[in-house]
Design a protein around this ligand. Sequence first.
Ligand code: SF4
Length: 177
Amino acid sequence: MPATRFICLSGHEVNINQCLKKCIHTQRCMFLPTLRAVANSLNRKLQNATVTELLAGTMETFLKKTTDYAVDPINQMYALHGSAVHTLNENYTEGNMLSEERLHDEITSGKFDLFGQILDKEDNTLGDYKITSSYKLMKALGYYKIDVPTGEVYKTGIKKVNQKPKKNGELMELNMF
Ligand code: SF4
């Protein structure tokens, strides 16, 4: 079953259709078109489990398929952002490229983002878009910021007379063991 309710900032739950007609609070938490887009993204009608759903916990996927549930629309923004990037790129593929094709077998289905001559004319490449934060990417690549001494000390508070460091502006390479 799909998500049927939004969770408002106040913690109240509201039927999604009711929210789209009229906010139950004095002011909407998000723009109406954005809420409509979130509602549309939740309205999936695939019967069998998808490969993406199989990656989630079995109980989570089972409950999402068998019960209705509520979501905080703000928490859906990352997923919506990812979908929007897929749609944008989909409009710029050409003859020797496939985009957003769903493949089915008797158990499951999965959709690939891109396939074909997406890098050069010689090879067929499978492409997969990933949306992440620059911070997560930085950590995955083994970079981090370090404290460097400034020669100054804290003048007040519990750190008084302690050295006052600052984060360096350069990313330092992490030693991997
Ligand atoms: S717009 Fe936001 S605050 Fe208003 S009813 Fe919908 S989810 Fe709740």
